[in-house]
Design a binder for this molecule. Structure first.
Ligand code: XBP
Ligand code: MG
Length: 254
């Protein structure tokens, strides 16, 4: 029986990567006088590595070692990422948070129907503050458990962050549903045994999402119907709690 919903953040609750995180990384590079600009195409490739610190290490060691400054790389990454995190919050606080269609609606319905909510994200917990602010007063309190960033050793696609969320909820995977946007996130959620709904972004639309119970363009809202892309034979216009209960039942005994 469906008891809880577990949400990814970047790309799922809000479309934050291209115009949020990527821009914040570039502002941190500029602030440090580094001749580095992650354009939209390069960033899409770098998203294969989850975790901003891990992504920076990957860039300086595997992608553009020629741009690696001399000195202590770990210290540079720590400093760049700390600045990027501050610049990201500043950016979202001034530009606004691009909540995805249907997120506000579904969270409200889920709460009204007595479902428990949780977060399972690779992003740094501080990055959730603009999300809470965008969702409304007291939004952090809507979520029973928040798993974010370095609270687990292995980031997505490892299942750790979803296992952390399930442990916090005190529920088994068969009582829950996960929401993701990417192949890495889908692998993490299904690796923890979770039936998963994927809402694609421009960066993830072409990824292998075949393990998802249902793939849609977004959750849908009145006047902005969702479109089924693959998975369960769903013909609705917006993902609601009844849809999720039926999906959970059809996912089988996982
Ligand atoms: C997406 C990520 C994060 C963000 C950057 O997280 O992989 O690393 O790209 O945030 P999710 P940080 O989709 O799991 O929400 O720089 O704080 O890691
Ligand atoms: Mg994501």
């Amino acid at each position: 029986m469906l008891k809880a919903l577990i949400f990814d953040v970047d790309g799922t609750l809000a479309d934050t990567e291209r115009d949020g995180h990527r821009v914040a990384f570039n502002r941190a590079f500029a602030e440090q006088g580094l001749p580095i600009v992650w354009d939209e195409a390069l960033y899409g490739r770098l998203l294969a590595i989850t975790g901003g610190k891990e992504r920076l290490l990957h860039f300086f060691t595997d992608v553009r070692p020629d741009l690696r400054p001399s000195g202590d790389l770990s210290a540079l990454i720590r400093h760049l990422h700390a600045r990027k995190t501050t610049l990201y919050s500043d950016l979202l606080n001034t530009e606004g948070v691009p909540l995805r269609p249907g997120v506000r609606r579904l969270l409200a319905e889920a709460r009204d129907r007595g479902l428990v909510l949780a977060i399972a994200t690779t992003t740094t917990e501080k990055n959730l503050e603009p999300i809470w602010a965008a969702l409304g007063p007291g939004a952090r309190g809507w979520f029973h458990t928040v798993g974010a960033g370095d609270c687990v050793a292995a980031k997505k696609p490892a299942p750790d962050i979803y296992e952390y969320a399930l442990a916090g909820l005190g529920l088994s995977a068969r009582d829950c549903l996960a929401f993701e946007d990417s192949e890495n996130g889908l692998r993490a959620a299904t690796g923890a045994g979770l039936c998963t709904v994927v809402t694609v972004t421009d960066y993830t639309r072409a990824q292998d999402l075949s393990a998802a119970a249902l793939v849609v363009d977004h959750l849908g809202d009145p006047g902005a119907p969702a479109t089924r892309l693959s998975g369960a034979a769903w013909t609705g216009r917006q993902i609601d709690v009844d849809t999720l209960m039926a999906l959970r039942a059809s996912c089988g005994a996982r």
